[in-house]
Design a protein around this ligand. Structure first.
Ligand code: PLP
Length: 484
């Protein structure tokens, strides 16, 4: 979509030079960081790549954002598109003015961009939400009466928890993609074949990064008359997602993990359940006509398209940003991005292969295909302590904890019993289990230098220990003396 199509169809495009340009080339130049990257395979420019942070040991270093599975930095192009549109901001679906019309057209064209990005089928709906969590809760509110939901225990809490408790069957963690398919097959074969059913599955684990056999699971679901929703929160930023090819009924993802941190998300897929469900939010925008009934009550006719579940003033900036990210990733060439990311993950794994203290968490085995998300524990270390040292001594941001996937991480750590301890105290003794893990995650904007620094930091911390002392404050591990 270009500004020409973003302009209200009934009026001329804005004449100012600052008109939103969805097709402009990224304005940022590639930094020195990336000079050593493979030709034609440079990271995409993102905001924050030049931000420096203080080290507790002295000096400053550029921040290495290696917690992209939580939230990814905005693409420069997304930021440029948002900035170009911002002066033209107006209400959506409710104004006669020029900017309202422009904003409405921009909002609706973003829907088409997302539908293209996801390779949706004709007739699929794209509903804009706040996030993946919001999208899955919306779908949960639209389940037909008596719908049984099947979900693996390995899911992120956003996919595990929205469903009515009594209607959920939680499936045991499989130890291979094949076992996942067999487990689902058995569970669906045992169900009441007459009632509706939904399977919810992730495309890529937010803990191990491993890819799930989505197409095969969809085939099993459909063979048993069930529907399937794909949680693509971790897949969409790293891998093309084709609703048509995977044959999933719905897909959910978040803008903030797709380099567009402006508060929007998506639920896309089959219109039927959504069209007949009660609106997710009741209010203006979702209703086509509202009147008074003869008995004094309120009579309402709801929209039957996506607007039914988008009551209230929509987040047009967030949606515009999300569409911009979809376009940028597509235009950059997903194959190139995937190849680059795979090279970086291989590098992490290979260069730490001779550090036996590092144990990678994996459900499907070391060689399983994965996106750029890796979790690990380090023998002799409390994971919070390790993550704090990476931050304070190397300027590397990772995440420690259970990553909102408690059952999965506990299973991978070997059960609930283990060492927690204060982060500054002696850490888990050799052979003792850690109660949480460290997660490192990359994105399309990650320069090689961040990965190199991470590998060096892990090697040095394991070999030499932390150079600083740390203590636990309010449950967080922090350097004893705050960085200047
Ligand atoms: N699903 C997966 C696999 C995730 O990793 C996450 C977030 O980390 C979510 C769902 C929830 O995403 P959000 O917090 O954007 O709603």
């Amino acid at each position: 979509m270009s500004v020409a199509t973003a302009a209200p169809s009934t009026t001329a495009a804005p004449s100012t030079a600052a008109a939103p340009s969805a097709t402009a080339a990224p304005s940022a130049t590639v930094t020195a960081d990336t000079a050593a990257d493979l030709a034609g395979c440079a990271p995409l420019p993102v905001l924050g790549r030049d931000v420096t942070v203080p080290l507790v040991t002295g000096g400053e270093v550029t921040y290495a954002a290696l917690d992209q599975a939580a939230s990814a930095p905005a693409l420069q192009r997304v930021w440029d598109d948002v900035a170009a549109y911002a002066p033209y901001y107006g209400s959506v679906h409710r104004g006669a003015g020029y900017l309202s019309q422009l904003s409405t057209d921009l909002f609706e064209s973003a829907r088409r961009t997302v539908a293209d990005f996801l390779d949706c089928r004709t007739g699929d709906q794209v509903v804009f939400t706040r996030s993946t969590t919001d999208s899955l809760n919306l779908l949960a509110s639209a389940l037909p009466e008596g719908c049984r939901v099947f979900v693996f225990e390995t899911e992120h809490h956003a996919a595990l928890l929205p469903w009515p408790r009594r209607d959920v069957t939680v499936l045991d963690a499989p130890d291979s993609p094949r076992q996942a398919v067999e487990t689902l097959e058995r569970a669906l074969a045992d169900r009441d074949p007459h009632g509706p059913a939904l399977v919810c599955v992730t495309g890529a684990s937010n803990v191990t990064g491993e890819l799930w056999p989505v197409r095969e699971l969809a085939a099993v679901a459909h063979a048993h008359g069930a529907r399937i929703v794909l949680d693509a929160a971790q897949l969409a930023p790293h891998h093309p997602v084709s609703v048509r090819d995977l044959d999933v009924d719905w897909v959910a993802f978040s803008g903030h993990k797709l380099y567009a941190p402006f508060g929007s998300g998506v639920l896309a897929g089959r219109a039927d359940w959504l069209r007949t469900a009660e609106p997710y939010l009741a209010g203006g925008g979702a209703s086509r006509r509202v009147g008074r009934r003869a008995d004094g009550g309120v009579d309402v006719e709801w929209h039957t398209d996506a607007a039914r579940h988008e009551a209230g003033s929509p987040n047009v900036i967030g949606v515009h940003a999300l569409a911009s990210a979809c376009r940028t990733l597509t235009e950059a060439g997903f194959d190139t991005l995937v190849a680059r990311e795979q090279r970086l993950i291989r590098r992490v794994r290979e260069e730490l292969a001779d550090v036996p203290e590092v144990r990678w968490l994996s459900l499907f085995g070391d060689d399983a295909p994965r996106v750029g998300v890796l979790s690990f524990v380090v023998e002799g270390w409390n994971s919070s302590h390790f993550a704090a040292a990476l931050s304070a001594e190397y300027g590397i941001g990772v995440r420690d904890g259970l990553f909102c996937a408690h059952p999965l991480v506990r299973r991978l750590l070997g059960g609930a019993a283990g060492h927690r301890g204060e982060c500054g105290a002696p850490d888990a003794a050799p052979g003792e289990r850690s109660l949480n893990a460290v997660r490192v995650s990359l994105g399309a904007g990650t320069p090689d230098e961040h990965v190199e620094r991470f590998v060096r930091a892990v090697r040095e911390l394991v070999r030499d220990g932390a150079r600083w002392t740390y203590r636990t404050v309010d449950g967080r591990c922090v350097p004893d003396t705050p960085a200047a």
